[in-house]
Design a binder for this molecule. Structure first.
Ligand SMILES: Nc1ncnc2c1ncn2[C@@H]1O[C@H](COP(=O)(O)OP(=O)(O)OP(=O)(O)O)[C@@H](O)[C@H]1O
Ligand SMILES: [Mg+2]
Length: 106
């Protein structure tokens, strides 16, 4: 018979359990003003309840990546020209920022 599980064991098990991926960015490319290629082949995934940090020097494209996810590139004359972005299994590249906020993407 198994001994009763301690809260620490349970926490360790929960930390190791595979988590659902909630947000996936698949090989996106972003171009500003139709000519300035800023992101090429950027991919990342965020697990449910997880935290993902984006690191990079000034101008590396961190803010652009987040603008792509929130669909805030249009106002900057930028667009996602390749790749895909999924939130909870749904393609979100064509949703408005307001619709994204309703789904919990900010
Ligand atoms: N609206 C825009 N039009 C044209 N180029 C832009 C625009 N916004 C950003 N860029 C260019 O895109 C590149 C990435 O910029 P971005 O702001 O995404 O970088 P960042 O990693 O957030 O930088 P920082 O650490 O300074 O915040 C830079 O070369 C920047 O000059
Ligand atoms: Mg920035």
């Amino acid at each position: 018979m198994n001994a009763p599980q301690s809260p620490l064991d349970a926490a360790a098990q929960a930390a190791e359990a595979p988590r659902n991926v909630i947000l996936t960015v698949n090989g996106i490319e972003v171009i500003y003003n139709h000519v300035i290629l800023v992101l090429k082949g950027v991919s990342l995934s965020v697990p449910e309840g997880g935290i993902v940090a984006i690191l990079g020097g000034n101008g590396a494209g961190k803010t652009t990546t987040l603008r792509a996810v929130s669909n805030l590139l249009k106002g900057e004359r930028g667009e996602v020209t390749k790749g895909s972005i999924e939130f909870r299994g749904e393609r979100i590249e064509n949703l408005s920022p307001a619709d994204l906020v309703k789904r919990g993407v900010v």
